[in-house]
Design a protein around this ligand. Sequence first.
Ligand SMILES: [Zn+2]
Length: 219
Amino acid sequence: MRSKHLKGVVFGPQGSGKGTQGVLMAERLNIPIIGAGDLFRAEMAEKSTLGQLVTQYVNQGLLVPDELVNALMTRQLKRHDLSRGFILDGYPRNVEQATSLDRLLAINLVIQIKISDTEVVKRLSGRLQCVKCKSVYHETEAPPVKKGICSLCGEKLMRREDDKEDVIKQRLKAYHYMTAPLAGFYRQKGVLLVINGEQPIQYVFEDIMNKISKLGFVT
Ligand SMILES: [Zn+2]
């Protein structure tokens, strides 16, 4: 069997580690990773026409409409040489966007990092961040030397607004409603690979690499 280049998508809820896995895969496979979040931030900072539109939605706390997201991502994808493979992170976020992506290029693998809601809440609600140097800790998994104090600069540690339990649960609800249906969409196309995200980062990564190698992708 001839090896094929990975033209992939990685998705999962916040706290699943999908961003980290995407970066690790891109490094190992030496292919570009295209992150929707990074792209949005860059466009907003650049104040491009589309970027200014994105800013308007974000500032009002609204979801950026699919048409706008699709337009931005399509333009970004056309800028890259994708012939030797790529990974998308944060896009598509729903079936509408996946349908648009489908018209643009053929995705040959979609990795779903699966993790229970309980585990997400446990991981994210324990996160603490330094108010000054922004270092991140975890109450039980990676505690600072002195409770509540940054080990690097000695400033106070705080929970981020995004990491409060009710905010996390709200976002999980949105994920299940909006993004999780991607699994059915891509399963039907025969390109869905489900990975257990409740293992240490390195195990998740090895699991992914083993499986994609067995599926005949260049690794
Ligand atoms: Zn600090």
